[in-house]
Design a protein around this ligand. Sequence first.
Ligand SMILES: [Zn+2]
Length: 429
Amino acid sequence: VGGDGLAEDVLIETQDGDFTAIVPNADDDGSPRLEGVVVPGLVNAHSHAFHRLLRGRTHRLGGDFWLWRELMYETAAALTPETYEVMATAVFIEMAMAGVTTVGEFHYVHHQVNGSPYSDHNEMGHALVRAARTAGIRICLLDAGYFTAGFGDTELSPVQQRFRDPSPEDWLERAAEIALAYTGAPDVTTGVAPHSVRAVPPEALRTVARRRDTEAPVHIHVSEQPSENRDCEEATGTTPTGLLDECGLLGATTTLVHATHLTPDDIGLIGGSSSRVCYCATTERDLGDGIGPAAALADSGAQLCVGSDSHAMIDLFEEARGIELHQRLATGSRGLFSPANLLRAATVAGSQSLEFEGGLRPGRPADFIVIDTDSPRLAGFDVGHGLDSVVFAATSADVRDVFVGGRQIVTDGSHSEWARAKWALTGSI
Ligand SMILES: [Zn+2]
């Protein structure tokens, strides 16, 4: 609890979904005991639920990010509102069992395969919210804008048609409608997600900056691959980050996803504007993206969070330590991030990037997890070393109990809906 240390014999009280008291060194008053390390619920700030269907099915083909993307498009083409909901339900339950209490779903499969809208044009978005509710986790639905296949207004390919709205104005109106549908819901927030500077032209980025709800999150993929930077500089004379700055889109409610290939100027712009950066280490290594300058960004003032993105695996401990371990590979130095800072990226900072509140404090939503320190990985756990072994050795398999809004959704590693839901991950839908 708090800082880098752990407190013992902590009494946790909740009421109406929020923490009301957190008291270290409390006397045993006969309340039910949770044995293990309790930390805030994990926050998966960047997810595309349907990418889970690609897990374990793309490795033999070789190739690069762009070939993987073709396979992902084939998977996207098969989704209907019904299959999307059952598949996302299974993915969100997998997340719940991994200790994730909040997901940021970057949602771009919102139209039919031929590009026409569904009769309720937010049908796919509602399916994702229902899936999160069945799993019992909170969701920030980040509705994505997608208009071009590359710089210079290049036409979308047939498989990309279902990602697009007729115009940026239509997209923002559709996003505003789904935001309105969940106003006041404690388990749902919404934001907008211009997909990338490849897919959203500068005029449309300016429209987003002008028309956005200033409190609502904006998420965008930035500089995941070197070719995005090359194409952007050729077309606009600046980097993707420089372009976002010119369009007025950097700031504390903006989260840049990946931020892998950055210049020193980019780092200054991101830190100077207190923008957020979401690293997705397991996806970035899976797709050969490269290693982003996480330590320089944190030093310059950027807040870091994490996401499992393509769901090559869902393990937020691995995402959090991935930030530090990738920096070790890149720099030859250890200890650039403290375990507390890494855990913060996977919890409180993620909540903030999705317009939720996190953390073990009275008044905050009672989202917390219990990590089993008697597991094979954590056996020998020493409370004197604080969070070190939790952050550097725990895996999602060590999450034993999960609470969202004070309600237990995972008990002893099990979720009541998992057996019914998991068939949807066989790829046969
Ligand atoms: Zn992504």
